[in-house]
Design a protein around this ligand. Structure first.
Ligand code: EPZ
Length: 430
């Protein structure tokens, strides 16, 4: 099993290039099968979840051609199978985007029902409510969701809760429905906008993405496009928090600074200096950091996907901070691991109360999920001594070349898989 081994204490300094947004890419790959023409997608992150999604797309008979690590061509004209197997859903929930895509294009789809996951129970009732409102008969049997319609008809849909996944899934199906659909209380995340932009470049007619009312005029057919995915705001934010935790000076490049505003605001509150450039943000953490209060909220609020990384910084910032997690109920699993590194964090219901300590001490810890794993790496980079992070499989689901990028900023980090490699690293850094 691969692990990261880290010798902490080096401030991160330099520039790092941010890749394409994983969560935008997962949905955009699904939209690519909605036309029989060839869609080219660029700036795709080369991470595990994307590769699983590409396998799921091949699994239904679409043609997938990897042009290079970050570019793929997809042709959905040969799709022969409208059932997405559990094998994919089990690995990535986002393969449920194929439900909206297939339903929109073929008016029929079957996708295995995703289970709960490491960050909590994750219902998809709102996705299904949307498909039903569009006129599909949706049924769950033997672990499969099946959705079928003679005709999908545009309608008015109010989402009871702001959901990225439901907004995108419904938007995809409605793009090829008859007539007009309005989605109210829609998610406003940058990746919702990116998916809408991609669909529009394929001939869809979607207005209002990025606001809480999205209006879609259905079209009969979509066509080819070349589309480049937006930068990953969560990857960028992770490096920004790593800079803060190590008291470094890092410029994250190839980002859209507007997408990072909530992260930037919190870093300023804790005492970092931030410089915003056209497509880069520089974080300088030269002074002692102090406490703050954070509540996770849908965009433009503070993202739940940045919550563990923010905790990793607050745990070594002076004073008492709180983090309220309002999106997922089980996103504090990393707290016990940070505690093993010396952090003082108490979780009460959905609030983490963090009393800043001076320094982490390196320990052996396990990544409980993707973002929590990144937070443990951040803690390891700031810690005294050596940290080993197990289960980095999770981290590799969403971060491309994570340790190489950190190394290029001056971190002492290596990916290892044997006791011998651990010893070698330990000798090298001691
Ligand atoms: C997306 O998940 C992201 N995943 C998550 O990122 C991210 O944490 C989340 O949005 C919130 O920003 C992808 O884009 C692939 P939601 P999603 O539907 O779409 C409830 C990462 O680390 N809800 O916006 O599944 C739900 O339980 C991942 O990259 C319903 O009640 O999230 C949650 O409380 C982890 N019914 C809230 O809405 C539904 O039908 C928001 O979830 C759907 C959601």
């Amino acid at each position: 099993m691969d692990q990261y081994i880290i010798k902490g204490g080096n401030p991160l300094v330099g520039e790092v290039e941010i890749g394409g947004a994983k969560n935008a890419a997962l949905a955009i790959l699904a939209t690519a099968i909605m036309t029989d023409e060839t869609v080219t997608i660029e700036n795709l992150p080369d991470v595990r979840d994307i590769n699983v999604m590409l396998n799921a797309i091949e699994g239904i008979g679409a043609m997938v051609e990897r042009v290079d690590a970050h570019t793929v061509r997809i042709n959905g004209s040969m799709i022969s199978n409208l059932t997405v197997a559990y094998e994919y859903i089990k690995k990535i929930r986002a393969s449920y985007y194929l439900l909206g895509a297939l339903l929109g294009k073929y008016k029929k789809a079957e996708v295995a029902l995703p289970g709960g996951c490491d960050i909590g129970s994750r219902p998809i009732d709102l996705h299904l409510k949307g498909f039903r409102a569009l006129g599909a008969a949706v049924d769950i049997h033997h672990g499969l969701i099946s959705a079928v319609a003679d005709t999908l008809r545009g309608t008015h849909i109010y989402l009871d809760k702001v959901s990225v996944g439901a907004t995108i899934n419904i938007m995809m199906a409605a793009a090829m429905a008859e007539g007009k659909t309005t989605i109210e209380n829609a998610a406003k995340e940058p990746h919702v906008v990116d998916v809408a932009n991609c669909l529009n470049s394929m001939g869809a007619n979607i207005r209002g993405a990025g606001t809480d009312v999205i209006r879609i005029s259905g079209v009969e057919r979509l066509h080819k496009t070349d589309y480049s995915i937006i930068p990953d705001q969560i990857e960028a934010g992770t490096f920004m928090f790593a800079a803060a935790a190590t008291r470094g000076d890092v410029t994250v490049k190839n980002v859209i600074p507007k997408h990072l505003e909530a992260t930037t605001a919190k870093l300023i509150e804790v005492g970092c200096e931030i410089e915003e450039l056209d497509d880069a943000v520089r974080v300088v953490a030269s002074k002692p950091l102090h406490h703050t209060q954070v509540t996770t909220l849908p965009y433009p609020g503070f993202p739940t996907d940045m919550q563990p990384q923010m905790s990793a910084v607050l745990a070594i910032s002076e004073g008492t901070s709180t983090i309220t997690e309002s999106i997922f109920e089980n996103r504090f699993k990393y707290v016990d691991e940070l505690t093993r590194m010396g952090a003082s964090i108490k979780v009460e219901s959905n609030i983490a109360i963090i009393t800043g300590i001076e320094k982490y001490t390196g320990a052996r810890v396990s990544a409980p999920d993707l973002r929590a794993g990144a937070a443990l790496v951040i803690a390891g980079l700031a810690a005294e001594g050596i940290t080993i992070v197990d289960d980095i499989y999770y981290i590799e689901r969403g971060y491309e070349s994570f340790h190489e990028k950190l190394e290029s900023l001056g971190a002492q980090i290596e990916k290892v898989s044997t006791e011998k490699e651990i010893q070698k690293f330990t000798l090298k850094v001691s």
